[in-house]
Design a protein around this ligand. Structure first.
Ligand SMILES: Nc1nc2c(ncn2[C@@H]2O[C@H](COP(=O)(O)OP(=O)(O)OP(=O)(O)O)[C@@H](O)[C@H]2O)c(=O)[nH]1
Ligand SMILES: [Mg+2]
Length: 388
């Protein structure tokens, strides 16, 4: 019996090489992902055997591109271990088939490494699987339409061009808009709403400093956060430090009145209590007020570190307040930025600002498409800026 190890990018490639060298009777006896230290030889190590004359020397060889090197090996596997190996092979084949089917659009299956890499990058950044598939598919179509004659196999496509098409596709799926307030009138009124502890109050202060004080615009801070004892004190302290007007209001009627009385201000920021799922219904009057006032620009504040499914549920739950923008905080607490893009794409709502730290007022930045693409594609190394 002759046993030989083949290192190749795929099991199929190894099989083809083995059949060519060892003949059609070459039998796959084992396959595994190549250990990391030998990964440069190929993604998979696949062991093949052929039954030769009894007593023939047993050997295994390590096949490198353009070279064949013999190394000593263990005794030949017995019947049971060969059956186990066969089963392993089948399982591995099934796993790969399932992964491919779930990953790439049907017509791209098994065709292009760029496609599966792109899909892996997007889902690795926790962009929703559905959006990732759509974008990768559309990028491929876009490229095929531009560059390749119809019917030509996509594996011959230009990887860099595909990267650019991918960035363009992603970029076309969401918007960013960091304006404060709605319409040309004054004052600009901005309300921050969101789940408890997501960073509403500190973000509001960051905005007030950067867009009010720093620009010498008269600012007023209003707090509707009377749910918890002394909840408004946090904002009251900031207002005192900054030397800006501050009021605590416990009804929407008094909120409307305070806005009316302060028409002379350029910027009015409204802080609201953190609302969980259950509490959203209890605060129907605030919800009704914010969703019906055409002059209030409501930003839904969300932590970027929320799990994608919880994030989507939360965004949907806050839909009753009809927020105009999505504002993401705590970017410093995650390394997966895909959900930001997914939610912006899913809801069609523009991203407004990002915060990435507790420092006031420094840790605030304008949300831009370039920034989002840089964050999402960081590991891919695609030049997001060039296409955004
Ligand atoms: N790491 C990090 N922490 C942040 C960020 N933004 C806010 N925080 C912190 O998160 C905590 C809660 O912030 P708040 O601004 O009080 O959050 P809130 O949404 O007003 O909370 P409630 O009013 O209780 O609903 C504070 O410790 C903030 O310093 C951020 O971008 N990164
Ligand atoms: Mg607060």
């Amino acid at each position: 019996m002759k046993i030989k190890s083949y290192y190749a990018r795929t099991v199929e490639d190894a099989l083809a090489a083995a059949r060519q060298e060892m003949g059609e009777e070459a039998m796959l006896v084992n396959s595994r992902k190549t250990p990391l230290e030998a990964r440069h030889l190929g993604e998979y190590e696949v062991v093949f055997a052929t039954v030769g004359p009894v007593g023939a020397a047993t050997e295994a060889s390590l096949t490198l591109p353009g070279e064949s090197k013999m190394i000593p090996t263990a005794p030949p596997p017995d019947r049971l271990s060969m059956e186990v190996a066969e089963l392993k092979k089948e399982l591995e084949g099934m796993r790969r088939a399932i992964t491919r089917t779930a990953c790439a659009p049907a017509q791209w299956v098994g065709v292009s490494q760029d496609v599966s890499d792109a899909y892996a990058t997007l889902t690795g950044a926790e962009i929703s699987a559905e959006l990732a598939r759509e974008v990768v598919q559309a990028a491929g179509d876009r490229l095929q339409g531009q560059r390749l004659p119809l019917g030509r196999a996509p594996q011959r496509m230009d990887g860099a061009a595909f990267g650019r098409a991918l960035v363009e596709e992603l970029s076309s799926r969401f918007t960013a808009d960091a304006t404060l307030g709605r319409g040309p009138g004054q004052p600009k009124i901005v309300a921050l709403v969101g789940p408890p502890g997501c960073g509403k109050t500190t973000t509001l202060v960051k905005l007030a400093v950067n867009y009010g004080l720093a620009a010498r615009r008269p600012v007023l801070l209003l707090s509707m956060d009377t749910y918890r004892v002394a909840a408004a004190d946090q904002l009251r302290s900031y207002a005192a430090i900054l030397g800006v007007g501050f009021q605590v209001l416990d009804t929407v009627t008094s909120l409307a009145q305070a806005i009316e009385e302060n028409r002379g201000k350029e910027l009015i920021f409204i802080d609201t209590p953190g609302l969980g799922y259950g509490e959203l219904e209890d605060s129907a009057s605030l919800g009704h007020f914010l969703s019906t006032r055409g002059d209030i620009d409501t930003h839904l504040v969300l932590s970027a570190s929320m799990k994608p499914a919880d994030l989507s549920r939360m965004v949907d739950a806050f839909g009753i307040l009809r927020p105009q923008h999505l504002l993401f905080t705590k970017l410093d607490e995650t390394a997966s930025y895909g959900p930001i893009l997914s939610e912006a794409a899913r809801t069609g709502k523009p991203l407004s600002f990002f915060t990435s730290g507790q420092r006031i007022p420094e840790d605030l930045e304008v949300a831009s498409k370039e920034r989002v693409l840089d964050l999402v594609l960081a590991v891919r190394g695609v030049q997001a800026r060039s296409a955004a």
